[in-house]
Design a binder for this molecule. Structure first.
Ligand code: F6P
Length: 473
């Protein structure tokens, strides 16, 4: 293939490996928002996407899919264990989410992280045309920007960090903190979800590397004694709002929402939680609050049902195995205490669903509970808002989710304050229609005026404007 002018580098490719009923292997487009956002850019720019297919030990040659050139990076079973499950998801993930679970610092994992980041950087360098734009995604690939800059100084390099960047006091635990900062600073533009994340990053750069930072600009020394400028600022990600609205307006989806309510025994109120099964999401906190409201007699199981969709995630990492056990124990206890023959307290679904079913659930839910203890953005909050074309429903939103910076008309809560969370749930259940409408209209304005397309355009414009601003000392 021709070399590409625009290259995305992400841990995963934008496709899923599907085995058909007849055993035939095909590819299907992944449902994620990033894929949708970058689709037009990839097509127009004749782009390439470098990433892992999601399964170990698969040797797949580069191939075309839906107008995009896909470049698979092979990960062995050992790479998956050490780089993906180990360093990415048992070191960086818990450390960057405020140490909700204890991060493990393993030198063997760090070796694997460097080795695999090098493999992604080499694959990206090989497919990039002269002066191409390369956009690296997320915490699994923090060393790739610097590796690319060293091998291909002609490239314009962007990096977007989808998860939080922690306060300096936590980040400084990382034994390889300087290498990670240097890795990220290989990019011309380093994007974060929140202003606070960009601030935490700039502080870490000042404290660890002693580089000068001014507003969003960072002065980075080059090897030859000159300096260059990098930009580190917030670019809050969003969703493809119109596709959610379109589904929410479809008759089939609306009929399915009615059917969901019926199948739950037509309770007066449905509370909904939708998360990957992850300890950052505060699933246990919301279950505790709901269970206590039933215990206290402030709500009855006939009137208020709680639906929790917890999609399977990182199932071989110890903290996730333990979390699943704890959640399922809590569900069993609450249901055992409160279920009747006709009504269940918590309808718990350890499954993932297609987008149509999710929008039907959003339409069926009177109250959406987003109680994350820490979350880069939380797109579920935005999906719920975009889907409520009827301007009804109440969003209860953790102040520790990035979305809270934008969605000021939600009922904002501190998930650690179980008393406050219980009161917020009651307030949401009892909220008059007029207030629901007022709040939902204001939330919708924000989500509809800043979509994932705006996000990628803003980032790429900043990258374009910022590249090549050399400074000499
Ligand atoms: O939120 C960070 C993130 O990497 C998302 O980009 C992704 O959808 C999710 O976590 C799932 O992660 P994994 O690739 O580990 O299944």
């Amino acid at each position: 293939m021709e070399k590409a002018e625009f290259v995305v580098v992400a841990n995963r490719l934008p496709v899923d490996h599907i085995t058909g009923a007849d055993g035939e292997q095909t590819w299907g487009r992944s449902p994620g928002g990033l894929v949708t956002a970058l689709d037009p850019v990839m097509r127009n720019a004749d782009g390439a996407w470098v990433g892992w297919v999601g399964q170990p030990d698969l040797d797949i040659e580069p191939f075309e899919f839906d107008g995009t050139h896909l470049v698979p990076v092979r990960l062995s079973a050992e790479d998956v264990e050490l780089y993906y499950e180990g360093f990415s998801n048992d070191t960086i993930w818990p450390l960057y989410h405020d140490v909700i679970a204890a991060p493990r610092y393993s030198r063997v994992w760090w070796e694997a992280y460097q080795r695999v980041n090098r493999r992604f950087a080499d694959a990206a360098a090989a497919v990039s045309a002269e002066n191409a734009i390369v956009w690296v995604q997320d915490y699994q690939l923090q060393l790739v920007p610097q590796m690319l800059r060293q091998s291909r100084p002609d490239l314009t390099i962007g990096y977007f960090h989808h998860i939080p960047f922690p306060a300096y006091g936590l980040f400084s635990q990382l034994p390889w903190r300087r290498q990670v900062l240097q890795g990220l600073l290989g990019a011309d533009v380093i994007g974060f979800q929140r202003v606070a994340d960009a601030g935490n990053f700039a502080r870490a750069v000042r404290r660890q590397l002693r580089y000068e930072t001014k507003a969003s600009g960072i002065t980075v020394p080059n090897d030859d004694g000159t300096t260059r400028r990098a930009l580190a600022r917030a670019f809050p990600i969003s969703i493809d709002a119109s596709s959610y609205m379109q589904l929410a307006r479809s008759e089939q989806v609306q009929a399915r929402a009615v059917q969901i309510r019926e199948s739950l025994g037509n309770p007066a109120y449905i509370l909904l939680g939708v998360d990957r099964l992850d300890y950052t999401k505060g699933i246990q906190h919301r279950m505790k609050a709901y269970g206590e409201l039933l215990d206290d007699g402030r709500i009855q199981v006939e009137d208020v049902t709680f639906v929790q969709v917890a999609s399977p995630s990182r199932e071989r990492v110890a903290a996730y195995i333990q979390l699943r056990d704890e959640i399922e124990l809590a569900v069993g206890r609450i249901n055992g205490d409160h279920d009747t023959m006709h009504h269940t307290a918590i309808r718990y679904l350890h499954q993932a669903y297609p987008r149509e079913e999710m929008v039907a659930l959003y339409l069926a839910a009177d109250v959406m509970l987003v109680t994350a203890l820490r979350d880069g953005m939380n797109l579920v909050a935005k999906e719920y808002v975009a889907s409520r074309v009827d301007n009804r429903g109440v969003l209860v939103l953790s102040e520790f989710a990035g979305a809270s910076d934008e969605l000021g008309s939600a009922i904002r809560i501190n998930p650690h304050d179980i008393g406050g969370l219980k009161d917020a749930i009651m307030r949401a259940i009892e909220m008059p229609a007029a207030e629901q409408g007022r709040r939902m209209r204001s939330l919708r304005r924000r989500v509809l005026e800043h979509t994932v397309e705006d996000w990628s355009r803003d980032f790429l414009q900043a990258l374009d404007a910022f590249h090549g601003r050399e400074e000499t000392q």
